[in-house]
Ligand binder design. Structure first.
Ligand code: CUA
Length: 398
């Protein structure tokens, strides 16, 4: 039986008629492994620490639903367009023996067709625009009353966190509690977290993929955002706006606790720092004071109002200061240096020996006298003592 009847392919011999399908089919088949590979890669996304496909709160969840709606509509449009395209390419391909001047039938001015391809996109765009607008309006301000109860099953009072982007680390202040911490944000679950996004240097972008979309942190502009963590866990975040040399190492983590866990963290942070006990810790404390660490870091309690701003102003005037992370309860955090490494002794030693090896471009290498003045360099004994001191900086009741 002739699979390609002569009526459909006038003027073409059977052998020629059959030939074109084979390379085309082969090409399609070679694409299949690539498609499978892509599917596997995309499936892998949901497992990663910074995946928007694994939402852990109602804001991220709703944003993901919107993404899927738009994705499947776009996928349907893609398939319809590509099938029509491939069909036309095959059906109306040029055939041997065809006259060079012979044009296909022209359809310009076909009212029926032009109405069709105007009206269909109109409804497609409407189907995307309406849910998009509803989601944006709905997420503009945090829920209260029954809406909050629907979302969280609890009537917890919201908490406020000032999120401050610095080159290249994150500071978190809890104005209602008087707590300042760095690179590690603690929140209670099923509670609205209202964030004031502040920058004193350049534009950063605050993003916790599993909890919500990103919002820019812009100097001189009061941006805000909110989200809710529905379950306990550690969620990774990342600066999502190119902000200088160490932009890629401007990470942070969000730790979501149940109510008791959060209260325990708050109680700890409100404690004075642990007393300096051992000789090594005492020597380390001395190094910390005498070698200029105190110009940028506070280790004796919460930063008083305006201290960090004063350091930032000093930086602009070239005084050699810079707002550095508060180290009062340094040992209560799991990570440091923009949350890129664990707070282990080995990592601390590498960091204190040469911070630039760990996080190229960081301000400490640039500004601290111990790193830019050869005569003031830290000896390995001083580094050991500093490690002992820093590793003892935790809430005093521990
Ligand atoms: Cu801050 Cu990128």
């Amino acid at each position: 039986m002739d699979r390609y009847p002569a009526e459909l392919f006038p003027g073409v011999e059977t052998r020629e008629r059959m030939a074109p399908i084979k390379p085309a089919l082969r090409r399609l088949l070679t694409l299949l492994p690539a498609v499978f590979l892509l599917a596997i890669v995309v499936a892998g996304c949901s497992e990663s620490a910074q995946s928007t496909f694994d939402p852990k709160g109602p804001v991220a969840d709703r944003q993901l639903s919107l993404f899927w709606l738009i994705f499947w509509m776009a996928a349907a449009v893609f398939i319809v367009v590509e099938v029509a395209l491939l069909y036309s390419i095959y059906k109306y391909r040029r055939r041997s023996g065809q006259d060079d001047d012979q044009l296909p039938e022209q359809i310009h001015g076909n009212t029926k067709l032009e109405l069709t391809w105007t009206i269909i996109p109109f409804f497609l765009l409407l189907a995307i625009a309406v849910p998009t607008y509803i989601t944006i309006a709905d997420q503009h301000s945090p829920p209260t009353g029954n809406k909050l109860l629907d979302m969280t099953g609890a009537d917890n009072a919201p908490i406020t966190v000032d999120v401050i982007g610095h080159q290249w680390w994150w500071e978190f202040r809890y104005p209602e509690l008087g707590i300042t911490t760095a690179n590690q944000m603690h929140v209670p679950t099923n509670t609205v977290i209202n964030m004031n996004l502040i920058s004193t240097d350049v534009i950063h972008s605050f993003w916790v993929p599993k909890l919500g979309g990103k919002t820019d942190v812009i100097p001189g502009r009061d941006n805000t955002m909110w989200w809710i963590a529905s379950e306990e866990g550690v969620f990774e975040g990342q600066c999502a706006e190119l902000c200088g040399v160490a932009h890629g190492q401007m990470k942070f983590i969000v730790v979501a606790h149940d109510a008791e866990g959060y209260q325990a963290w708050v109680d700890g942070q409100l404690q004075p720092p642990a007393p300096v006990v051992t000789d090594a810790e005492r020597r380390g404390q001395n190094v910390f004071a005498m070698k200029g660490c105190v110009l940028c870091h506070t280790a004796t309690g919460q930063d008083a109002f305006g201290v960090q701003e004063g350091r930032a102003a000093g930086f602009e005037q070239g005084s050699g200061s810079f707002p550095g992370p508060n180290l009062t309860h340094f040992a209560s955090r799991d990570t440091f240096a923009g949350a890129i490494i664990d707070r282990s002794e080995g990592n601390l030693r590498s960091w204190l020996r040469n911070p630039d090896d760990v996080k190229p471009g960081n301000r400490m290498s640039e500004l601290a006298p111990v790193y830019n003045d050869r005569t003031l360099r830290l000896s390995s004994e001083e580094i050991d003592d500093l490690i002992a001191y820093l590793q003892s900086r935790e809430p005093s009741f521990n």
